[in-house]
Design a protein around this ligand. Structure first.
Ligand code: SF4
Length: 289
């Protein structure tokens, strides 16, 4: 249903506004486009109960208001269930990951698995390579210096919070010495990533670095050639850009990342309020990630 096709009756617009206000009061500050459509459909598609309660021209305004309220409450309940389901699905996968020993070397050397973190209903997922030493210690992806830079991209650049997005890696276990994941390890772990995506159902994916992009897009092209445009992965809009660890070693590349992030924000219809990434100081040590 095109947004221009939305019925424009005053009552519907009021119901929609109330619905969105209710969701906001419930702490839902952003709503994915498909969720928005579902919300509108919830308010416009006749259902058995809606047919029975559907207000006609002669309906008492109080009855019409009550029927809208019922529809809104049903819709909110469905949305809450959906969030709960996603969370539950992620918990099940997380438990499997925690017990996984498919990659014998990684399972033997990890401190813990690093599953992923963020909003289970995020519109946007950031997809990195593998846990580094800090992540392995803390059990969370993108902490440490590279993580703080990603935080800057999310907060100062995009005006979002870490809780608005979901962050995950190709591998859930740290490769010893921060070596690149082997093809077998990446293949072993990719099914967990796919199941995470199925649970979250993001609209957008941002690949951070060549390893993430290569595994997702099944390509050997460099980030330099992949960045600056959108790719498609199972209907999800994908953009690839440099890994924050690379930016720590090459601060001038931040302006290229900022261009990619601006492209992403435009596609996500997030306004750009003059924010830009700090160019930072050159760092000559290899990044920890
Ligand atoms: S990297 Fe993934 S597949 Fe390999 S042991 Fe860890 S959780 Fe299992």
């Amino acid at each position: 249903m095109a947004e221009s096709d939305f019925p424009a009756s005053l009552s519907l617009r009021r119901a929609l506004l109330q619905q969105l206000q209710s969701m906001q009061r419930a702490g839902i500050m952003q709503i994915a486009r498909n969720q928005f459509r579902n919300t509108v459909l919830d308010l416009t598609t006749p259902t058995e109960s809606a047919d029975m309660a559907s207000p006609s021209k002669d309906t008492d305004p109080a009855v019409a208001e009550a029927s809208h309220k019922t529809l809104q409450e049903d819709s909110i309940a469905r949305e809450a269930r959906s969030q709960q389901q996603r969370l539950q699905e992620l918990k099940v996968i997380q438990q499997e990951v925690a017990n996984c020993d498919r990659c014998a070397e990684l399972a033997a050397t990890r401190t813990q698995t690093v599953f992923g973190v963020g909003n289970p209903a995020a519109r946007l997922c950031f997809f990195g390579e593998a846990p580094g030493a800090d992540e392995d210690r803390q059990g969370e992806p993108f902490v440490g210096r590279a993580g703080r830079l990603l935080d800057d991209i999310i907060t100062k650049g995009m005006g979002l919070s870490r809780e608005d997005v979901y962050i995950l890696n190709v591998l859930k276990c740290r490769p010893p010495g921060n070596r690149n994941p082997s093809p077998e390890e990446a293949e072993n772990c990719f099914q967990f990533f796919e199941r995470q995506l199925e649970a979250i159902q993001p609209e957008f994916l941002c690949c951070l670095g060549a390893v993430a992009a290569a595994n997702l897009l099944q390509t050997t092209e460099t980030i330099g050639r992949l960045r600056g445009r959108f790719h498609n992965y199972r209907g999800i809009r994908v953009i690839a850009t440099y890994h924050p660890a690379y930016l720590l070693r090459n601060p001038p590349a931040k302006k290229e990342v900022w261009k990619d992030i601006q492209l992403l924000m435009k596609e996500m219809e997030i306004s750009i309020k003059g924010a830009k990434l700090n160019s930072g100081k050159p760092v000559h040590n290899p990044a920890q990630h």
